[in-house]
Design a protein around this ligand. Structure first.
Ligand code: NAP
Length: 526
């Protein structure tokens, strides 16, 4: 499980490998997880400060973070940054910038290698926090922590490569050097659904490339966001290079984005917030020294196509996992299932039969494969969409939900949906699957492409010509053939969409760090 990573003592850097998942068929991994949840429970009820310039900062306003499976359980109380604290954090980042920019890439990469080592050591505990704060199942939470570790390891290695100036041209009497410099101060704004991986990945990319960061986690996952403070502190990231400023997006979001000293915004979240950020960042503010760069990853309305020769026994569990894993709260989740007429009835019958066996309850209990959604407003919105879907199509299955005050939403499968329906166009971000019947594979591709999004997609088919057509025409950021459409791995499936799903930056891929830097060329006459 260990990777040799430190660049100290001239050790060779090993090839990047994904951190292996826990194996919950093994007694020891199950015991470690149970123990971690117990341990985390003993830490509940703490106050969490802001972290600015290496100091804990207590603000007057605080917000409780609660367990979505049991909202009366307060996990901790999070200090909230206002615009004053954001300005302080940006000032601290500015003061730290020049020294960090000029720190050799090897040293910056070393901070990420150390961060990865710390996260590996704490993997079960970090996962347990996610189970309690956002309702992830054990395996989903552990996969998120593993992805964060992968981002640290992958971006550190990438920076070591990009940190070497390249000699260009081969002309006697002339030396051309091509290299990269960081953009400046980065505002990192993250969602709650991959609370460590996405936050950690965006912060790590900014830090390792030499930028200084002001990081705003989502209000729903600010304790997991604080885990990053602990990790980066222990990893030796210098004061001012990483600042943590949780606060309401509606209060500090525009201020962060519009601040003249912010040069880069790394955002992942909804299309509504993302487009607002792009618009606000485009306006040049008085005294602004740089054109702002926006790295922006947004939503999806992802389709899986079921061809007429699909192996139903194999495909049904893959579709269920894609649609209902982590309650369907993944940007990559399958929310539209497009089935060819010839297999439609058989496939749908089996789909509903297997959906009925999914156990719903607190994610803390390993037996539950569906947990609560993140909060009351998400729950309300999902119920509204189920009502809309019930009018637009036919509800084939709506699961029972636990009778508790947890934020549960039913697994819902709605058939007879066509591309003009709202539930075929709008991101619901919950366990609602729209099922669509098509005549042939060409129509399936047309319907798959009929939304403004282009994030993930899937095809189950045994026909080489249909798979080839999908490769050419099913234009999404991440296309999966004959497997589920979630769980992209760093370094293997660089992740991110185009159209209204994002601006085409692939996290965990070879080009990602380039978005955080400006290239320079120096030519010398010899
Ligand atoms: P969201 O509501 O857009 O929030 C994302 C972040 O933006 C939060 O930290 C939020 O803060 C902040 N924010 C809110 N208003 C802002 C403003 N005016 N200016 C700046 N920041 C602001 O999204 P979410 O509900 O957290 O996450 C779910 C969405 O993310 C889904 O649409 C999902 O598809 C998408 N997502 C995409 C990817 C991808 O890689 N493409 C990955 C994961 C998730 P508050 O929490 O304080 O409101």
């Amino acid at each position: 499980m260990r990777q040799k990573t430190s660049t100290k003592k001239n050790e060779a850097i090993s090839e990047f490998k994904n951190f292996p998942y826990a194996d919950f068929t093994k007694k020891e991994d199950c015991e470690s997880f149970t123990k971690a949840i117990k341990n985390v429970r003993q830490q509940l009820g703490k106050d969490y400060p802001l972290f600015i310039n290496g100091n804990d900062v207590i603000s007057r306003e605080k917000m409780d973070s609660v367990n979505p499976a049991k909202p009366s359980e307060v996990l901790g109380s999070i200090c909230q940054a206002g615009t004053k604290e954001v300005a302080q954090a940006i000032e601290a980042a500015k003061a730290a910038f020049e020294k960090w920019r000029d720190t050799p890439p090897q040293k910056r990469a070393d901070c990420l290698f150390k961060a990865a080592e710390i996260a590996r050591r704490r993997a079960f505990e970090l996962s347990a926090w996610q189970v309690l704060e956002v309702g992830k199942q054990w395996d989903q939470a552990y996969a998120d922590v593993a992805e964060c570790i992968d981002f640290f390891e992958y971006y550190a290695r990438d920076m070591l490569k990009l940190g070497q100036p390249q000699k260009l041209g081969n002309v006697p009497g002339e030396l051309n050097l091509y290299f990269y410099q960081p953009k400046g101060i980065a505002a990192v704004i993250s969602p709650w659904n991959f609370p460590l991986a996405i936050s950690g990945g965006m912060c790590a990319a900014a830090i390792v490339t030499g930028n200084c960061v002001v990081f705003k986690p989502s209000g729903f996952s600010s304790i997991v966001g604080y885990n990053l403070v602990e990790i980066f502190k222990e990893a030796g990231v210098p004061n001012g290079v990483f600042n943590y400023i949780p606060g309401r997006g509606s209060v500090i979001g525009d201020f962060m984005v519009e601040h003249p000293d912010i040069s880069l915004i790394a955002f992942t979240g909804s299309v509504k917030t993302g487009c607002r950020i792009i618009e606000k960042a485009a306006k040049v503010q008085p005294g602004q020294p740089n054109v702002k760069k926006v790295v922006c990853e947004m939503g999806g309305k992802n389709a899986i196509i079921i061809d007429d020769d699909t192996d139903i026994d194999y495909a049904v569990p893959q579709v269920l996992y894609s649609a209902f894993g982590f309650q369907g709260q993944k940007c990559s989740a399958c929310s539209r299932l497009i089935i060819l007429d010839a297999v439609y009835d058989k496939f749908v019958e089996e789909l509903v039969k297997q959906a009925e066996s999914i156990k719903i309850g607190p994610s803390e209990d390993f037996a539950n494969k569906m947990g609560p959604v993140v909060d009351k407003s998400a729950q309300k919105s999902i119920f509204e969409y189920i009502e809309i879907g019930g009018k637009e199509g036919k509800v084939l299955y709506k699961s029972p939900v636990p009778q508790s005050d947890g934020f549960y939403a039913p697994i819902t499968i709605i058939a007879d949906i066509t591309p003009d329906c709202r539930i075929a166009q709008e991101e619901i971000f919950g366990p609602v699957l729209a099922v669509m019947r098509v005549e042939d594979f060409d129509e399936a591709i047309d319907w798959a492409l009929s939304t403004k999004f282009a994030l993930t997609g899937g095809v189950f088919s045994r026909k080489p010509e249909h798979l080839e057509l999908a490769r050419k025409a099913f234009r999404v950021g991440n296309l999966y053939l004959n497997r589920n459409c979630v769980g992209a791995l760093v370094g293997r499936q660089p992740f991110g969409g185009a159209r209204m799903s994002g601006v085409g930056t692939k996290a965990g891929g070879p080009d990602y760090l380039l978005h955080f830097m400006d290239p320079r060329t120096i030519t010398e006459k010899l």
